[in-house]
Design a protein around this ligand. Structure first.
Ligand SMILES: [Zn+2]
Length: 268
């Protein structure tokens, strides 16, 4: 069974599990994908975090035509201190024609690499860019629900957003859903201290559900703490299926359809 993974950091996976292992996983994925009759076919989204990181990622992984690439700026200290330069490099990346989404970007009041004001400015610029480029936005939000929500509202009704690695409670899930956004759940669904995530997952309608690894992070139990790759996502589908009285097979179809809609099924 082949599963769509809507959020992975393949360059970081390469560092953590080694190039050889990662490439054999991707080759195997490609092989299975070739034999799949599904439409759209499953795929993996390789997610950017730094201005200018697209070119090196394309250099290493661009040969997999079915991989989708996003480009975005995570609120790190370097990016926050050099916003104008970071944003102009991001705009250059968008001009490459290989960008399927803007992100990940957003607000992280847990790590706090820069002031709230600086983080909000960088986030709003990327919301604006997603609008200009008619691309979906991949949103990182940690301990920052209020500001994330009001920032996203400035994007207007046409903004298409994915709340990646959803980490809030059912109440926040309802609010994001009310704006028509997609919620993407990761392997931390399986962690003992996350009952609110499991509850939130149950209330997301099929049409707004995505699943992801955030690899190499958040390996689902029983491999919590070990570096993950997209191959670890099967357990997340199984856990999510159990919580939604569904099957991993059915969820695979649902997520594939949703991912095809939001990221576009066009291959480059
Ligand atoms: Zn990520």
């Amino acid at each position: 069974m082949l599963y769509t993974d809507t959020h992975a950091h393949l360059s970081l996976c390469e560092q953590r599990i080694g190039r050889h292992k990662l490439f054999s996983l991707l080759d195997e994925y490609e092989e299975l994908r070739r034999g799949s009759a599904d439409s759209p076919k499953p795929f993996i989204v390789d997610v950017g975090t730094e201005a200018g990181d697209l070119a090196p990622r394309l250099g290493v992984f661009g040969r997999y035509a079915w991989l989708k690439f996003s480009a975005g700026i995570w609120p790190s200290q370097t990016a926050l201190d050099n916003q104008d330069e970071s944003l102009s490099r991001l705009k250059d990346d968008c001009a490459s024609g290989r960008v399927a989404a803007i992100g990940e970007c957003g607000l992280d009041y847990f790590h706090m690499d820069g002031s709230r004001g600086a983080q909000i400015r960088l986030f709003e610029k990327q919301i604006e860019l997603a609008g200009e480029q008619s691309l979906p936005l991949i949103v990182h939000s940690r301990d920052a629900f209020e500001d994330t929500f009001s920032g996203l509202k400035t994007g207007g009704a046409r903004l298409r957003a994915i709340i990646h690695c959803f980490s809030y409670s059912p109440a926040e899930a309802e609010q994001f859903l009310s704006l028509g956004f997609y919620l993407s759940f990761a392997g931390n669904l399986s962690y003992r201290n996350a009952p609110q995530l499991r509850e939130a997952l149950r209330l997301v309608p099929d049409s707004r559900l995505l699943l992801e690894t955030d690899a190499p992070y958040l390996n689902p139990e029983p491999l919590r703490g070990k570096p993950a790759s997209s191959a670890d996502i099967a357990r997340t589908y199984e856990i999510a299926a159990g919580l939604r009285n569904s099957t991993a097979d059915k969820l695979a179809g649902i997520v594939q359809q949703n991912a095809g809609i939001i990221f576009g099924t066009k291959s480059f």
